[in-house]
Write a protein that binds this ligand. Sequence first.
Ligand code: AMP
Length: 224
Amino acid sequence: MTGSIVILLGAPGAGKGTQAKRLCDSTGLVHVSTGDLFRENQSKGTPLGLEAKGYMEKGQLVPDDLVLRMLFDRVSRPDTRRGYVLDGFPRTEPQAEALTKALEAQGAAKPMVVQLDLDDDLIVERAAGRLICAACGHIQHLKFSPPKRAGVCDVCGGELRQRKDDQPDVVRERLAVYHRQTAPLVAYYERQGVLERVDGSLEPDDVFAQLVELVRPSLVRGEN
Ligand code: AMP
């Protein structure tokens, strides 16, 4: 039996990573980001990281079999027993189907799915200013959460960098991929009766407040 599973859906740059981290800090759920796992694999130079690199730099999706192997390996670790927040997964219908089947096989409750809604124009603007700490993964933004010292992470003092795939042409490709392959998952989870929506254009604190309101009752009842 697994604990609560929350899936954050939304276009790249809609705020899933930031919100997932906050949600995990406040609930004790474990943050599972497939993008972070790929980036970790790349910085360690593993075969999986090398295989994923070309797709990521072009803004394309990594093939499902690689993603699924990595994801199931991660969520089978004991720290996820009380539940986890999925960020950036699933991104295709076969990924969603594989997750549904795996959860059913474990006798787990259905996940709770929250879609962060945000316009493409805002996403391109946000991605252009997004900075990620090379040391701890903390996310800042030139306009919305500017670093106290330019280029330096407020949390750990590490170096803040722009992700290669946050450059405007790559962001546009990632958005096209999102609309083609990932957006249909909204209808997939709607059909399962587990989809909630939050307005991702609000201030991050307001997005978080709405997210917690949706998620916390299910955690307390232990149903999700
Ligand atoms: P993210 O950090 O979630 O924006 O992911 C960065 C990149 O990693 C994506 O643009 C994809 O190339 C790859 N990636 C992450 N998660 C997945 C997934 N579930 N399926 C396929 N590719 C993924």
